[in-house]
Design a protein around this ligand. Structure first.
Ligand code: SF4
Ligand code: SF4
Length: 116
């Protein structure tokens, strides 16, 4: 079975451009939505994303919507904890495809890491 994990040197989910996330307001509202929008840089990437290392510069304090946990995903997407693994894999693959392409090195590395 494929098992979700975040792979290094990806960062696709830190591309926050709301135009690529038309359902954003379905899972974020109020202050959290405002926080999300405040993080979007002119290029669509999060202002805290370090492009050279492809890492989050505020990782320890990153917002809830950046955390892949059963708790945050259940709250945001109304999924059951047992659905988290497959749901997170789909989310990552969608995001990686949108940012880097479905035949990108990032996609290959992700698929290999999770066991697809
Ligand atoms: S898209 Fe997935 S694998 Fe890539 S940085 Fe985000 S959580 Fe990690
Ligand atoms: S706060 Fe960090 S983890 Fe969240 S989108 Fe920005 S760079 Fe990525």
């Amino acid at each position: 079975m494929a098992t979700w994990q975040c792979v290094k040197n990806c960062g696709a989910c830190c591309h926050l451009d709301p135009r690529d996330r038309p359902d954003l307001e379905d899972y974020l509202e109020g202050e959290e939505l405002a926080l999300y929008l405040s993080l979007v840089g002119e290029d669509g990437w999060c202002i805290h994303f370090d492009h050279s290392s492809r890492e989050c510069s505020v990782y320890a304090n990153r917002p809830r919507f950046c955390r892949v946990t059963a708790e945050s995903f259940t709250e945001m997407y109304e999924i059951e904890p047992e659905e988290l693994n497959d749901f997170a894999i789909d989310c990552c693959r969608q995001q990686i495809e949108g940012v880097y392409g479905d035949r990108s090195l990032e996609m290959l590395r992700f698929d290999r890491a999770v066991g697809i």
